[in-house]
Design a protein. Structure first.
Length: 116
């Protein structure tokens, strides 16, 4: 996932032991080799996430506690992992993502704090 300015938004994401999360490679050059191979990740952003229908239904889809946004994708991926499946980052897919266009950065931070 690349920002319109050409920088990497994320190449999969990491959930740290303290529960915080980080898009791997955020702000870096998307063409670097460390972002160019298929690998297992903690989660991928819901802005570009492909999930099998049967798995999505099995965990009842996105948890409504995360409405209107933020963390529903990580929660979904953790639920899929709890079923014994892997979350895989696919470097052959590229999207340009205009982050925070459905809300402001300030509103996004408010939602993230509220959820925690």
């Amino acid at each position: 996932m690349i920002w319109p300015n050409g920088q990497l938004q994320e190449a999969g994401s990491i959930i740290w032991n303290d529960g915080s999360a980080l898009g791997y490679g955020r702000g870096d050059d998307p063409l670097k080799p460390e972002y160019s191979y298929l690998r297992e990740v903690d989660y991928c952003s819901g802005a570009c996430l492909l999930v099998r229908t049967d798995l999505f239904k099995k965990i009842d889809g996105f948890d409504e506690r995360y409405i209107p946004a933020y963390y529903e994708d990580s929660d979904l991926c953790l639920g899929i992992q709890n079923l014994g499946y892997k979350i895989v980052y696919q470097p052959d897919v590229t999207i340009y993502h205009h982050e925070f266009t459905s809300s402001s950065k300030e509103l996004a931070k408010k939602y993230m704090i509220t959820i925690n």
